[in-house]
Ligand binder design. Structure first.
Ligand code: FRU
Length: 494
């Protein structure tokens, strides 16, 4: 039975969506149907389609009582909205249906697990969250909340674990038909940890162990965990709050963390070997992954960051978009990402230049646009006389521009959006240390109206950022202090 809260949300979103034209949205990044979007939820393949749910407040372009929005796609690039899937309409989730995940049950139904939030008023006037894990089962459009919700609560937590920070279950079904899930949590020291729970049938769950403890190393609370095998290694993705920068890693406050290690299936023991940021730009958080039917591990994140998300005015029709779907792989012990191969089907109007000399500012015929896929290959004209700086400027006109600039002597790549038209003093720049030998660098830059994502050195690093620059600013130019030799391959994406 659909609750009144869900019925109202569904009616509201259907009407509100009509006020947004296609040009006012990204072309191939999923954006909020109306109102506010944050984390990807329940990212899954079900009934022959990809499903993406998301943290959703349909009534406002700012965060509020969380619903689950819903969209489906055949290629992860063209999305069709479905009616909102969950609304906060039960006692145990009356203050929000927070992030979670999806699995397919053996009987063919889809099951969602999410965090129910209930706020209690304390005697001292304060408010305390009670976070529990809850289920809803459905057919890909309508979901019924499970009568025995919540399926995991305070009673399932070991001594000292917080029931106020206990959220974002990511579950999966194992080959033997049993289920596991990892959930973010906070132990008594206020740090973060990831708990592992298991279930025989998906409905009754028990605590297995603390899988990984943060021990106050990478920020505090770890949100939105995801655990999966990749190229023979085990990978944990999580989004820690309150991170401290370490060198060029972890500059985002609300950051992203990838741990790569070994996993002992018998004892469920994860041994960390490598850590890195998932994204080195400004706007990326809370990613979730799926295994596609053809065996690719694909990740989508919220292309936004809690530290910079309050800069759009209140009266915009939608706020929040997802990142490009990215195929993950491991190379030289690191997490690599590349845009999903389906993006190549959207490439049109190829423009190609080889061995262009860039010294000062250069513009190239046919190289412009705000929905583009552009590969740049840089090398110095003379390795013994290295250039000082290279920059590519985009979303550019007389008034606006954003840029990537590269200083080969420091091997630092910088994104800068301070002239992108933002009227707020939010973070506008981020620097990343990149691998470059003798001033060589490869970048693949994807623009989709309101965002930029750069895949550096075939995906060794990615930098993502939101830009709300007027769409008329569609110029691209190149600049070098010294001389750079450059190849450009550019496509329109449509
Ligand atoms: C991460 C997060 C999650 C939570 C959700 C609430 O961005 O804070 O931990 O489930 O957003 O909207």
């Amino acid at each position: 039975m659909t609750s009144q809260a869900l019925r109202e949300a569904r009616i509201y979103e259907e009407v509100a969506e009509k006020s947004v034209s296609a040009e006012e949205r990204p072309e191939f990044h999923l954006s909020a149907r109306t109102g506010w979007m944050n984390d990807p939820n329940g990212f899954s393949c079900y009934g022959g389609k990809y499903h993406m749910f998301y943290q959703y407040h349909p009534y406002d372009s700012h965060w509020g009582p969380m619903h689950w929005g819903h969209a489906v796609s055949e290629d992860l690039l063209h999305w069709e909205y479905l009616p909102a899937a969950l609304a906060p309409d039960e006692t145990y989730d009356r203050n929000g249906c927070f992030s979670g995940s999806a699995v397919t049950l053996p009987d063919g139904r889809q099951m969602l697990m999410y965090t129910g939030v209930q706020q209690l008023r304390l005697a001292n006037g304060g408010i305390r969250d009670i976070q529990t894990q809850c289920l809803a089962v459905g057919d890909g459009v309508d979901y019924e909340k499970y009568e025995n919700n919540p399926v995991l609560d305070e009673k399932d937590l070991p001594e000292g674990c917080s029931s106020a920070d206990f959220r974002d279950p990511k579950m999966w079904r194992k080959e033997d038909g049993t289920y596991c899930c990892v959930v973010g949590n906070r132990p008594a020291d206020g740090s973060g940890q990831i708990l592992l729970f298991t279930s025989k049938d998906g409905f009754s769950w028990e605590f297995k162990k603390v899988l990984i403890a943060n021990n106050n190393r990478f920020g505090k609370m770890w949100e939105c965990p995801d655990l999966f095998e990749l190229d023979g290694r085990m990978v944990l993705l999580t989004s820690p709050q309150d991170m401290l920068p370490q060198g060029f890693e972890y500059h985002n406050g609300n950051g992203t963390l990838c741990l790569i290690g070994d996993y002992d299936e018998k004892t469920d023991t994860f041994t960390e070997e490598h850590d890195q940021s998932i994204d080195y730009g400004i706007d990326f958080y809370a990613p979730q992954t799926i295994l596609t039917p053809d065996g690719r591990r694909v990740m989508i994140g919220w292309m936004q960051n809690w530290d910079t998300c309050n800069f759009r005015s209140r009266n915009v029709a939608w706020f929040g978009q997802m990142s490009l779907p990215r195929e993950l792989f491991i190379k030289n012990g690191r997490l690599y990402q590349r845009p999903i191969k389906e993006l190549e089907n959207m490439r049109h109007n190829k423009v190609e230049y080889h061995d262009i000399s860039v010294s000062g500012t250069v513009r190239l015929e046919g190289v412009k646009g705000r929905r583009i896929d552009m590969e740049l290959t840089l090398r110095p004209e003379d390795p013994r006389n290295l250039y000082q700086k290279f920059a590519v400027r985009f979303a550019q006109n007389d008034q606006y521009q954003s840029s990537f600039s590269f200083r080969p002597r420091e091997s630092v790549l910088k994104i800068d959006r301070k002239f992108s038209g933002s009227r707020r003093a939010i973070i506008h720049q981020r620097r990343s240390l990149v691998n470059s030998k003798d001033g060589e660098l490869k970048m693949r830059i994807i623009l989709d109206r309101f965002s930029v994502e750069a895949f550096i050195n075939d995906g060794e690093q990615v930098m993502s950022a939101i830009i709300y620059t007027d769409q008329e600013a569609d110029g691209i130019s190149f600049f070098a202090d010294g001389t750079v030799k450059m190849d450009v391959v550019k496509y329109d994406l449509c």
